[in-house]
Design a protein around this ligand. Structure first.
Ligand code: ATP
Ligand code: MN
Length: 278
């Protein structure tokens, strides 16, 4: 994967400008100029040619700001282009990172709003598409953090800035971890993975008081251990749809393990859940 160097040193520039008593206005102009340069470099880079609608001005400013804060040092190629978000490789603070960038233009913000409204942490989010997508990314960040706190294996969340979520990369730069859907395990390993997922669902549910709400072989990476990802839509247990969501999550997992390995049952997973009874 081609690694693209992001321009850094904005903070240093600002310090120098301050020292020379430049007005706030001219500092802003300097910032805009740098963002424009950044945009041009991204446009010219092969890796980003097809990604036009991801890098709107706000997203570029946020990326640039993450770079100037030292959270990302390098921006790399694309790992995935999904329905709502693009995931890119990045590098920062000596670690391989995954940057999930929610596209403002193509986000299903109506659906996002519905999920956000049932969540007491967010409530009614009014305003622009941008503010809804921002709340969504922040929600994913908090869900990952909360999951991690209770011992659920998720990518370590690092930062969130508007529509950009920064987290640790699962796998390596040359080989990001595949999803469970794309691996073939031997039976012994499949059993071990199912046990780990069962324990994680229980931690998520009983302790973190969250339901993933889109759990399936598509949103679990396999890196020797199963790593649960994609938690933007995850909700607290008091969400009116929480019960429906946990039922569907359990069903998806059982379907996958039954179909591919002829193991697992909904009862076995439910027997670990203490909040709702089946
Ligand atoms: P889709 O619409 O395709 O489901 P999404 O918008 O739901 O995508 P995610 O499921 O969070 O976004 O991520 C999409 C893909 O990006 C994952 O399937 C995985 O391949 C990759 N990915 C996401 N996060 C990471 C990570 N932390 N480390 C490595 N790869 C990741
Ligand atoms: Mn996904």
């Amino acid at each position: 994967m081609e690694v693209y160097r992001t321009p850094s040193g904005l903070a240093a520039t600002q310090r120098i400008l301050k020292r020379h008593y430049m007005s706030k206005r001219s500092m802003e102009m300097e910032f805009d100029t740098r963002v424009d340069l950044f945009r041009k470099r991204i446009k010219d880079s092969e890796d980003f040619k097809v990604q036009e609608n991801v890098f709107d001005t706000h997203t570029l400013m946020n990326l640039y700001s993450l770079a100037s804060k030292g959270i990302i040092d390098f921006l790399g190629g694309s790992i995935s282009t999904g329905k709502e978000a693009n995931v890119f490789y990045a590098f920062g603070s000596g670690k391989d990172l995954a940057l999930k960038i929610y596209r403002i233009s193509t986000s299903n913000f109506k659906a996002m709003q519905n999920y956000l409204e049932g969540d007491p942490r967010f409530g009614r989010i009014k305003g622009s598409k941008r503010s809804i997508v921002s709340a969504w990314a922040k929600k994913e960040f908090r869900n990952l953090k909360r999951s991690e706190e209770f011992g659920v294996l998720v990518p370590h969340p690092i930062s969130v800035r508007d529509n950009i979520l920064v987290m640790e990369l699962v796998g390596s730069k040359d080989r990001p971890a595949p999803t469970l859907k794309d691996v073939k395990l031997d039976l012994q390993e499949a059993k071990r993975v199912l046990t780990a997922i069962t324990a994680d669902i229980a931690r998520l549910f009983n302790q973190a008081k969250l339901v993933h709400a889109d759990l399936s072989e598509f949103n679990i990476l396999y890196d020797g251990e199963p790593v649960i990802i994609d938690m933007g839509q995850s909700v607290t247990l008091d969400h009116p749809m929480a019960r429906k969501f946990i039922e569907r999550d359990v069903e998806n997992i059982v379907k996958y393990f039954q179909k591919n390995y002829r193991i697992g049952s909904a009862d076995a997973i439910w027997s670990n859940l203490t909040v709702f009874r089946r």
